[in-house]
Structures are given as C-alpha cells and as structure tokens.
Design a binder for this molecule. Sequence first.
Ligand code: I3P
Length: 108
Amino acid sequence: YSAFLLRKYVREADGGKTPFGRRSWKMMYARLRGLVLYFDSDEQPKATSRYASLENAVSLHHALAEPAPDYKKKSYVFRVRIAHGGEILFQTSNEREVKEWCEKINFV
Ligand code: I3P
C-alpha cells in the first residue's frame, strides 16, 4: 500500500515537541511494508531504501492511526501516534483515503 501524502512531524519519537525548522508539511511517497512505514521523496524506491536511515521510516509497532478533524488548517488529515509519544500528521486527498490509511496502519 503506497501513495503520495503530505507529512508533518508534531512530536518526535521520544514524545518531545518537534523543533521549529522541522515542523513544516512535506510531500512524501509513503509505502507501508509490514510493520514499517517508509518515506521517499519520490515514487521510485531508491536502491538504498532498505538501508535508509530511521529518519525515513517509522515503526508501526504499538502505533495508532486516527482521523484528525481537530487539525483545522487542512482537510483529510489523519494522525499516527507511535510508541513512546511520537506523533505525525498526514494529509490525503479525501475521506476514503483517510479511512483506508487508518485501517491499514491499525491492522498491520
Ligand atoms: C513550521 C511551518 C509549518 C507550521 C509550523 C511551523 O515552521 O511553518 O507549516 O505548521 O507551525 O513551526 P518550520 O518550517 O520552521 O518548522 P502548520 O502548517 O500546521 O501551521 P507549528 O509550530 O504550529 O506546528
């Protein structure tokens, strides 16, 4: 399962607030593979992607995805809370994609 998404880091993996300079929305190609969500800046997976740094991957072990209607600046946003307090927002194109991503992430 994969698609282009806008991604915004809100809380780092340790639960601390993501610092300014790293909080902006970025277009990413997200790929769900097993328990890991990988990010690439383009659609073609890079030859090195399986070795990519953890910065380009999020473990979904103990993660929870849910729609984020409380985020008012954009529509069709969902949040992923990861283990130990990390939080990432993603914007999709419509309600159906929000639902699909949340289901895929919650049932990996
Ligand atoms: C952030 C950037 C984000 C903004 C965020 C800023 O600055 O402007 O677009 O989030 O606000 O900190 P930077 O690029 O320096 O990280 P929103 O689009 O959600 O407003 P925030 O600190 O309230 O998350």
